[in-house]
Design a protein around this ligand. Structure first.
Ligand SMILES: [Zn+2]
Length: 245
C-alpha cells in the first residue's frame, strides 16, 4: 500500500512532542523510528516485520523490542493489522494520527520472581539485585557491630573467608561496615564478635544475639528477601542458574 511520503523533519518534531506525553521510553522511540524509517519514509503505510529483524536493526534484545512493540500498539502509535508466525503486520501512524487517549491498558513487562528451589544455589555476588537483597536483610545495620550503614559505608563480607570456602551463597554473606570488614580479615566471625564485645562495641546481650544470628545464618535460617529483577528469567537462563518463571 503506497502512500505519500511525509516530511521527516515535521514528523520528527511532532514525535518529539508526542513521546513525553505518551511516556514513551527510549527503546519505544528507537523502535518507532526504525519502523517509521522502513515504512512511511519509503512511502508504505503498512510494514511486515519479524521481531528478529527488528532486534537486529535496532541492536536491542528480542525481548526488549517485543515489549516496545506491545507498548506502541497499546498507546495507539502502531495499529496491529495482523500477527502470525511470519511476524507482525502494523500500520505505522504519524504522530498527528495517534489517538489522544490510549486505546487500552499499557502492558508492563513482568517482573520474574526467583524460584525457591534454586535460591539456595545462587551466587549472591553475581548480580546487583542479589547483593542488594543481602543488604536489605540486615535492614541497614552492620551484621557484626550493629552500626547504621549507608550505601557508602556498607559492603559485603564472607563469614567464612573465601580462602577457606568458596561460598557466595546467602548463608555465607553478610552486610557490614567497612571497619568490621577490615578488622575481620580472615578471622572467624564469632571471634570478631567477641573482640567487638571486648572493645565495648557490643553489650553482652547484643553479643549473645549476634552469635545466635550467626548460627542461624550458617544454618540457612536467614534467607534474604527474594529479589525481583526485570528480565531476570533471561539473565538466569543465560547463566544456566534458573529456568524462566
Ligand atoms: Zn561494623
Amino acid at each position: 500500500m503506497k502512500t505519500k511520503k511525509p516530511s521527516a523533519e515535521r514528523v520528527w518534531k511532532q514525535f518529539e512532542d508526542l513521546a513525553p506525553r505518551l511516556r514513551l521510553s527510549i527503546t519505544d522511540r528507537v523502535v518507532y523510528s526504525h519502523l517509521f524509517r522502513h515504512s512511511r519514509l519509503e512511502g508504505k503505510l503498512r510494514l511486515q516485520f519479524s521481531i528478529l529483524w527488528l532486534a537486529r536493526g535496532t541492536a536491542l534484545s528480542h525481548n526488549t523490542v517485543r515489549w516496545a512493540v506491545r507498548r506502541l500498539i497499546a498507546r495507539g502509535v502502531l495499529r496491529l493489522v495482523e500477527r502470525s508466525k511470519a511476524g507482525h503486520v502494523v500500520e505505522v501512524r504519524l504522530p498527528e494520527q495517534v489517538p489522544a487517549a490510549p486505546p487500552g491498558p499499557i502492558p508492563r513487562r513482568p517482573l520474574c520472581p526467583i524460584r525457591c528451589d534454586t535460591f539456595e544455589e545462587l551466587d549472591f555476588l553475581k548480580h546487583p539485585a542479589l547483593r542488594r537483597a543481602v543488604h536489605l536483610r540486615e535492614r541497614g545495620r552492620c551484621f557484626y557491630c550493629l552500626n547504621r550503614l549507608t550505601a557508602l559505608t556498607r559492603c559485603l563480607d564472607h563469614v567464612i573467608p573465601l580462602v577457606e570456602l568458596q561460598d557466595n551463597s546467602y548463608r555465607n554473606l553478610v552486610s557490614c561496615c567497612r571497619k568490621c570488614n577490615s578488622h575481620k580479615s580472615d578471622l572467624p566471625a564469632a571471634d570478631l564478635l567477641r573482640r567487638l564485645h571486648d572493645e565495648r562495641r557490643l553489650t553482652v546481650v547484643e553479643l549473645t544475639a549476634r552469635l545466635r544470628a550467626l548460627d542461624a545464618l550458617v544454618a540457612g535460617k536467614l534467607p534474604p528477601p527474594k529479589p525481583w529483577i526485570p528480565g531476570s528469567a533471561r539473565f538466569y537462563k543465560r547463566r544456566r542458574l534458573l529456568a524462566p518463571a
